[in-house]
Design a binder for this molecule. Sequence first.
Ligand SMILES: [Zn+2]
Length: 438
Amino acid sequence: MRVPPTVSSEAYFIDTIELRPNPSISANVLMKTGRRLRIPRFVSMLSTKDNEPMPTVETARNGDPLDLARLLVSIPSVNPTLAPRGAGEARMAEVTADLLGGWGFQTDTVEVEPGRWNVVGRLDGEGPTLLFNGHLDTVGVDGMTVDPFGAVVEDGRLIGRGSCDMKGGVAALMAAGARLAAGGPRPTLVIALTADEEHASVGMADFVGSGAQADMAVVCEPTSLRVMPAHKGFVWLRAVFQGRAAHGSRPDIGVDAVRHAGLYLAALDGYAAELQGRGAHPLLGHGSFHAGTIRGGTAESVYPERCELTLERRTMPGESTPDVVADFQSVLDDVCRHHADVHASLEMTLDRPGTEVAVESMLVQGLLDAAGALGIESRVEGMTAWVDAAFLNEAGIPAVCFGPGSIEQAHTADEWLEVQEPCACAEVWERCARGLVP
Ligand SMILES: [Zn+2]
């Protein structure tokens, strides 16, 4: 039994000290949020989770978001491209597929590259098809100051690698799936748990490439329970400046490629100002750029023969890569016109588009309404980082980000997640999903 004897098994408000199973924990939760929080029923066990044994696959079949989150954090799934001995997604895929199958999902596991797995679960319902997506991998654990796979709960926080990014989100979407599978009105559900989001997104690329179909999607990255329907894209550029090597005492023959890169960077100041002058995106603000790396020269006394400068431009949804490249090229052409000895080339090395879903869309409004009805404060915000949602948007599946945890805790040395967030999130998704049924 998971409910303290003094409270009902229904969701309740932390309102008075009497409702706090462990005063220090709840005070902590209240202090951090500074607002009245509706705590879903599972969180009534905040205090006891501290000392409870580690959930197993068998006990996690109860669909409790926190049990699921602890179980998933305890399973190492470091992306092997990021860390040579990373465990990869295999065990995570095995466990999540087993659980989804047990709740009635028709489940496929797909090896997208050797040792790299996706899991796709499907459950029929009425009305539109709603896709939930999360990734199974995590970043590495070097330098962590907490046990990465201990999955302990302390002071209302689940601690460990992936707790925030994004096993808490995967646990929440699985909990919502379990409840929707158990009965009541539901849309058709697809749960796609993908490999390699932290590196090259081979899992999402495979899922989309295999003809994934849905009417709308929620990508469960940490957004602190805010609805994020828009995110920035990026364009990477490489400029190479060609100089002429010469002894430092011979300005008559030496051409300083590093200084020429500097001239270009200085000239780009005007472009930065121009970007700020363009109309702002309502959720994302303005495009921006910065120098990523600069390499050139061999010694103090030698004119540098070559300098390579890489740049990153963060873009707004709808900006085209050719236009962005043309902007940078035109500034470079200008520099070359004013300095006859500058010889430079520019190329685009990688681009990913920014994408957005209309704020008025059924999904964005459905998530806001569901959160509001549950007393959870939410709002629409832009996501600054590029995320896998772009793959779905490009494939014609409108995707928004909404998930438990703050991006500030992602990838950190002491990564943690407030335990009430996956629980609250599961409730929002369940309610939102049911609301989609005509
Ligand atoms: Zn993530």
